[in-house]
Design a binder for this molecule. Sequence first.
Ligand code: F6P
Length: 359
Amino acid sequence: MKRIGISTGGGDAPGLNAVIRAVTLASIRRGWEVVGLLRGYGAFFDPSQIRILDRPAVRGTTHLGGTILGTRSGANPFERRVEQDDGSVVVEDLTEEAIAGFHRLGLDALVAVGGDGSMRLALKLHQHGIPVVGVPKTIDNDLAGTNVTFGFHTAVDVATAAIERLHSTADAHDRIFVVELMGRYAGWIALFAGVAATAQVILIPEIPYDMDEVCDHLMARERRGRRWAVVVAAEGARPVGGDFTWSKRIGGQTEALGGVAERVATEIHERTGKETRTVTLGHLQRGGQPIPYDRLIALRFGAAAVRQIEEGEFGVMVSLDPPTVRAVPLELAVSRMKSVPLEADVVATARDLGICLGE
Ligand code: F6P
């Protein structure tokens, strides 16, 4: 009999509930008990923040977006920032408290579902002797050590559909639309959705853009009688030699990537005189049902995590290595950010299709 804890951390991604269901059912099948930690790691500090996951708790949840456990992004939950009388801030390390919380809950192992931040925390717990298995999640697909994270393909699906819908209205008004997509410092969502939906320009963080090239491309298209266009900009896109674009957030983390669409649209208008409009897809890329592909990877990841626990192999993250799911050291997952490699065939494909990458 084992008691397994499971947490979902960082920004939500479609497929989280499928992981939770697979972990729960695979554990129950082995005669184990599963405890859901609510809102990230809250339960380590407040033992009431748990939910026992039995069959009814996960029934009919595979296709649901969000997470039945809740999640938190932003601040490191293993740190407390305490403001001093003189206005300075002292950061208190809560790792020992978190470890005590794990033991207080009577857990034998932890399944930590999350992105790079969550995998860093998982590694820290592992280094402090907690038996932990990571499950890679993020719509950004920027986590190393796995071919893909669940949630990514759903985000691409949503973004592709949105870009396609803009073609007709852009055409009707002879306008240039600039669509801003998520992805943090990686251009996976923008590149995949942009190519799939036939954007005319795709700007990704991995290829800093030159606005002369972008405008030349749009004007050459105009001369061919195509007076409209869709420009896809990853939120982390930036000009050659320039900085990222940031926006204010209301609550939570106060500043985040955002606003590059306005920046690009303004410049295109100033240089070409074309009427421009912007669309920022934002959290629509994260909400709602996972597509079948993401559900399946999520279920496979959850079941594989339980098999890892059964084998007593910890400090690892389950990972998609087509056609199979295997485990890689957590150290590998957090060793670097997985950017779009410039030699990727999808980059070459975009160029061969005549899509401008701002270079
Ligand atoms: O990491 C997922 C992600 O959606 C990024 O693409 C985006 O930059 C960020 O999270 C948004 O974070 P928040 O949910 O705090 O607004």
